[in-house]
Design a protein around this ligand. Structure first.
Ligand code: SF4
Length: 130
């Protein structure tokens, strides 16, 4: 059996869209550095696991505390709703493991024009739709 040195990248559903639109901006220097490290890992086409709740991007976010998104009032609830919209749009489910290339191909099929409907009032949407 061939052993892989690549570790599984854990991603919550809406971060699949954030990855596509990432322009080097984020909530803190540590957050951006970690995001870039996740992108570097994804370039190797690792296995990704679609997770419910916090993931490998949330883990370095200043808003992530007690395993929750505490960015604003109700943000944990809102971000989970956003995750639900994305996962249902991709016709996937949490717990699924697949290659990053496979999931990325699905994400690329979502037109930018659909993002306002999916992402709602996300503060970063201007970067994803430009
Ligand atoms: S704002 Fe919330 S969902 Fe986004 S990375 Fe931070 S903790 Fe995760």
């Amino acid at each position: 059996m061939q052993l892989s040195c690549m570790s599984v990248v854990r991603l919550r559903p809406h971060h699949l869209l954030c990855i596509r639109g990432f322009k080097g901006r984020g909530y803190s220097e540590r957050f951006v550095k970690n995001f870039q490290e996740v992108l570097r890992r994804l370039e190797q086409n690792p296995t990704i696991e679609i997770v419910e709740g916090g993931d490998d991007i949330c883990s370095a976010c200043p808003h992530f505390r007690d395993e929750k998104c505490l960015k604003s009032e109700n943000s944990e609830y809102k971000v989970r709703e956003l995750d639900c919209r994305v996962i249902s749009r991709l016709k996937l489910s949490t717990g699924v493991k697949m290659s990053y290339r496979e999931v990325s191909n699905l994400v690329q099929k979502i037109p930018k024009s659909e993002l306002p409907e999916i992402c709602g009032k996300c503060e970063w949407i201007k970067y994803c739709t430009e």
